[in-house]
Ligand binder design. Structure first.
Ligand code: PMP
Length: 393
């Protein structure tokens, strides 16, 4: 079979399984309102939790930096790609999350794959939550370590898995806020377990940073877990910070070892310095963004109260990620389409991203939304659900 035939057959299989996914072209800026494939709609599927992704202050800072230092970093960090903007951003990130040092990566995917595979090898054990982000799963695969998956959010099960590990190092690996469910890992209990079993705890705070904790320092900071308890802290800059990239933060020696050995960093061009400049502005605004966090929390509460009144089955989440569990894939898609017809963009999340039978609408709220927009979404949801009769409340 030729390559073309092989690929055509693969895509046909994906279509037959009704798992074909189409990209939309977003015209113009990202925000609570977007133009998607030429249709203006209210956007409830972005991770721009603080509404900074299209903020003029970030854009100006990025443009100024680009004019000063250019657009390309031209080499990997360990060659000549590490610009003063990157160095300053790393220092500011470390200060924000209360760690000795932070190390930048071009994306969260690269950070997670690189960090997990740098810290563990084939003689080691990785104990991981069943719903961890794909990048953590891929990092674990790449490491060659033995993998032990525990039931989502179940600290007792995590303890049992840790107790089963014999020899080698033990890495306990979890998201803080889970990306498709919006719920939070039992971080303090996991930190206790890690201490008890002599394991290293790594937490991906991608969806907690900027949203929770003092100055938005994240869910780990909110739980008061310092580097002795969470020695490996990961987070991204493309969500609440409004830019792109990611970082790992921890003690000096941990970060140095990662810098020397993480292949996704060593063999990859550093992110553009101008993006780091935008992230610096985003970090400053996120730290000073209590007003945005207050607005966001009020919108989350409003959405949850409205959904409860309508009898819509939301997941157990206090975060900006509010999943409406639908179950059936086709129904989740139909609901998403019906919302778009009414001018609301909400993603249907289906297998393989989530387990079969748990397809959902992933509603995400941002500080940039208005109360009217949230009320409008609730109204549209009520009508769409009524039309499709697809949600088993
Ligand atoms: N971790 C989590 C929990 C995520 O949800 C994501 C992606 N949204 C990533 C890591 C990857 O980050 P990035 O998009 O910067 O590659």
């Amino acid at each position: 079979m030729s390559l073309v035939e092989h690929c055509r057959a693969r895509v046909a299989d994906i279509r037959a399984a009704e798992r074909f996914r189409r990209r939309r072209v977003i015209g113009g800026a990202h925000g609570p309102e977007v133009v998607a494939d030429d249709q203006r709609c209210i956007n409830f599927c972005s991770n721009d939790y603080l509404g900074l992704a299209a903020h003029p202050a970030l854009a100006e800072r990025m443009a100024r930096a680009a004019a000063r230092v250019g657009t390309g970093s031209a080499a990997s960090q360990l060659v000549t790609g590490h610009n003063a903007e990157h160095a300053a951003l790393e220092a500011e990130l470390a200060d924000w999350v209360g760690r000795e040092r932070a190390l930048l990566f071009a994306t969260g995917y690269a950070a997670n794959v690189g960090v997990v595979s740098a810290l563990t090898g084939k003689d080691d054990h990785i104990v991981a939550d069943a719903l961890n982000h794909a990048s953590l799963i891929d990092g674990a695969r790449l490491s060659g370590a033995a993998k032990h998956v525990y039931a989502h959010g179940d600290a007792t099960a995590a303890g049992q898995r840790l107790a089963d590990c014999a020899g080698g190092h033990r890495l306990l690996l979890t998201d803080s806020v889970f990306s498709m469910d919006g719920d939070t890992a039992p971080l303090a209990a996991l930190a206790d377990l890690a201490a008890h079993h002599d394991a290293w705890l790594a937490v991906d705070d991608a969806h907690g940073l900027g949203v929770f904790g003092p100055e938005g320092a994240g869910r780990v900071a909110e739980a008061g877990l310092d580097s002795a308890r969470v020695p490996i802290l990961l987070a991204t800059l493309g969500k609440s910070v409004g830019a792109a990239g990611a970082f790992v933060a921890g003690d000096h020696d941990v970060i140095e070892a990662i810098l020397q050995t993480a292949r996704s960093l060593i063999f990859s061009t550093a992110p553009p310095p101008a993006v780091a400049a935008a992230a610096r502005e985003g970090v400053a605004m996120a730290r000073a963004g209590d007003d945005r966090r207050v607005r966001l929390m009020a919108l989350i509460a409003r959405f949850r109260a409205g959904a409860a009144q309508l009898g819509l089955p939301l997941g157990d989440s206090d975060s900006p990620i509010q999943p409406l569990i639908v179950g059936d894939e086709a129904r989740a898609l139909a609901l998403s389409d019906a919302l778009l017809e009414r001018g609301y963009l909400v993603g249907a999340i289906r297998p393989p991203t989530v387990a079969p039978g748990t397809s959902r609408l992933r509603v995400t709220l941002t500080a940039g939304h208005s109360r009217d927009q949230v009320d409008g979404l609730l109204d549209a949801l009520a009508r769409a659900v009524d039309d499709i009769r697809c949600v088993s409340a």
